[in-house]
Ligand binder design. Structure first.
Ligand code: HEC
Length: 258
């Protein structure tokens, strides 16, 4: 019995025929079989190309723009130093040019005077951790220097505080402080005079400057002072006349011992 041929109904697709086959572009979407049989090397390597590239060996050259940037930076640095470096002159960099003038055979009188405010502003960096940059101190811990009575009072008392420190209760602007102010005797006379001058003329303070000679005289006069002062000792000291300054009279030898 012969089989009757299947009726071919154009409406019904035969089972192994893809309805969309005619729409596929084999060049863009090849089937795996097509790829394997294709002589197209590129298509064959698509899977490999898709992966990340192999890391390269060797050194990549520095980008030119980066090199130019560094050259510009170095050039600018050189220009800046040339403009603002003060020619590396010792009398620019040494805050006490009098020493240099003396070394050069000149007299101290001919020297450029020490700028006490400049020296003092720098020396005040030692004080800001406690008394703060604005001189306001910290309530209950460090007394304010701004507006403090003693700061604008007799300068030889301030020199004494800086040289030997201060300990125990004191009154500042109506508040009691009971702490320890370290001694700064290791600083030079110019630095101590500078920092006193600075705190007396900064913020709302308007007291006159203090000379290194006064600090020097005070250093000699209080040489026997072993520890820090007390508030009472400073009050007593404030009533005494300031020490005579070197050039005016014989050196003062009387020592304070409290
Ligand atoms: C470690 C903290 C500290 C540093 C740093 C410090 N002081 Fe003081 N200072 C104090 C304390 C605390 C007192 C109060 C001492 C007391 O209560 O007896 C004081 C007191 C003073 C007083 C007396 C104030 C008054 O009205 O009687 C002066 C002036 C002063 N300091 C100046 C300075 C200067 C200038 C420097 C920097 C060279 C300095 N202090 C650095 C803690 C400090």
């Amino acid at each position: 019995m012969s089989e009757t041929p299947k009726p071919t109904n154009p409406e019904v697709p035969t089972p192994d025929t893809n309805k969309y086959e005619g729409l596929r572009n084999p060049a863009l979407h090849p089937t795996d079989v097509e790829i394997r049989n294709s002589p197209d090397v590129l298509a064959m390597h698509q899977q490999i190309i898709r992966e990340m590239s192999e890391p390269k060996d060797g050194v990549a050259p520095t980008p030119v723009w980066l090199l130019m940037f560094f050259f510009a930076l170095i050039g600018w640095g050189g220009y800046y130093i040339a403009q603002h470096g003060g020619g590396f002159r010792a009398d620019v960099y040494n805050e006490n040019p009098a020493v240099l003038y003396r070394q050069a055979g000149g007299t101290a009188d001919a020297a450029k005077p020490v700028d006490l405010m400049a020296v003092g502003k720098r020396t005040f960096n030692n004080c800001t951790q406690c008394h703060q940059v604005n001189g306001a101190g910290i309530p209950g811990a460090f007394p304010p220097l701004d507006g403090a009575e003693r700061v604008s009072g007799p300068p030889h008392v301030l020199a004494a505080i800086l040289l030997h420190g201060l300990h125990g209760p004191i009154q500042v602007k109506g508040q009691t402080f009971n702490g320890d102010m370290p001694a700064w005797g290791q600083l030079s006379d110019e630095e101590i005079a500078g920092v006193i001058t600075y705190v007396r003329a900064s913020w709302s303070n308007k007291a006159p400057e203090v000379s290194p000679a006064l600090v020097k005289a005070m250093r000699t006069q209080t040489a026997a002072q072993a520890g820090p002062w007390t508030g009472a000792a400073l009050d007593a000291l404030a009533k005494e006349p300031p020490p005579a300054i070197e050039s005016e009279a014989a050196p003062v030898t009387e020592a304070k011992t409290n």
